[in-house]
Design a protein around this ligand. Structure first.
Ligand SMILES: C[S@@+](CC[C@H](N)C(=O)[O-])C[C@H]1O[C@@H](n2cnc3c(N)ncnc32)[C@H](O)[C@@H]1O
Length: 242
């Protein structure tokens, strides 16, 4: 093992005050920070003035190239014995390739530590008083991606089966595929009046929520010009806020 260390740190959902104390402590001692597009840049102000701060934001369609760039930066700075903070949105192990980055570090014998963060999936609904479970209306939660790796032979998320498998469904990266997702959930047996909420840019000053049903939501999204990042929540729990 080299004496350098990579800290894979969850930056939380956007509000800098939702950073964990452990994350704050390592950011305050950072020498290099490699940060993702969705994190709140205010968090970078906690780093020492001397820290080198590099954006490795994922541009749509260029994920693989950017991933290679991140791996090269790990190698370059760990060779120099530096303390590297890899800052990822939400929790580092909920989508976003955190596990792949750790696999790379293990393979290259680079020391690492993982610091969990508050995931957008679990915290953004709370901003709008949407509980994910409720004794009467929801006893289960499913957290899924709406955008599977297009190079995979077969889709792993089976929305038709999920329709009846969980009470509250939380979908990340699902805006583009929402027409397909709704169609599959209808095929799976959910009714047309199933409640759905779309939260755009949660925890940021421009955050926005749109609520509706499977029948109304696609038109509303068009009218309101909703854009990514969005969190999609489906289930009876949404009715509790209306
Ligand atoms: C690659 S995933 C990473 C998720 C992250 N690891 C987490 O735990 O929150 C990115 C997706 O998370 C969701 N997301 C993250 N931050 C968000 C925010 N502030 N508002 C709405 N959705 C967000 C969106 O669905 C976005 O496309």
């Amino acid at each position: 093992m080299s004496k350098s260390k990579v800290f894979l740190v969850g930056a939380g959902p956007g509000d800098p005050e939702l950073l964990t104390l452990k994350a704050l402590k390592v950011i305050e001692k950072a020498e290099i920070i490699l940060y993702d597009r969705l994190i709140n840049k205010e968090i970078l102000k906690f780093a020492p003035k001397t820290a080198k701060i590099i954006s490795v934001g994922k541009e749509y369609g260029k994920q693989q190239q950017i991933q290679e760039k991140i791996y090269n930066l790990f190698l370059e700075y760990s060779d120099k014995g530096m303390r590297i903070i890899r800052l990822k949105g939400g929790d580092p192990f909920i989508f976003g390739r955190g596990a792949e980055e750790i696999e790379f570090l293990i393979k290259n014998k680079i020391d690492y530590e993982i610091i969990p963060g508050i995931s957008s999936a679990l915290s953004i609904p709370i901003q709008f008083n949407i509980p994910l479970t409720h004794r009467k209306y929801s006893s289960s939660i499913g957290i899924v991606t709406g955008h599977e790796d297009p190079t995979k032979d077969k889709r792993k998320v089976n929305f038709e089966l999920l329709a009846k498998a969980v009470d509250t469904l939380i979908i990340l990266m699902g805006l583009k595929n929402l027409p397909y997702i709704i169609k599959s959930l209808l095929n799976g047996g959910l009714p047309k009046n199933t409640p759905i909420a779309i939260i755009e840019h949660g925890f940021f000053p421009d955050q926005k929520i749109l609520t509706g049903t499977f029948e109304t939501i696609l038109n509303k999204i068009k009218q309101q010009k909703i854009k990514s990042p969005v969190l999609i929540i489906i289930g009876e729990v949404i009715n509790l806020i209306n």
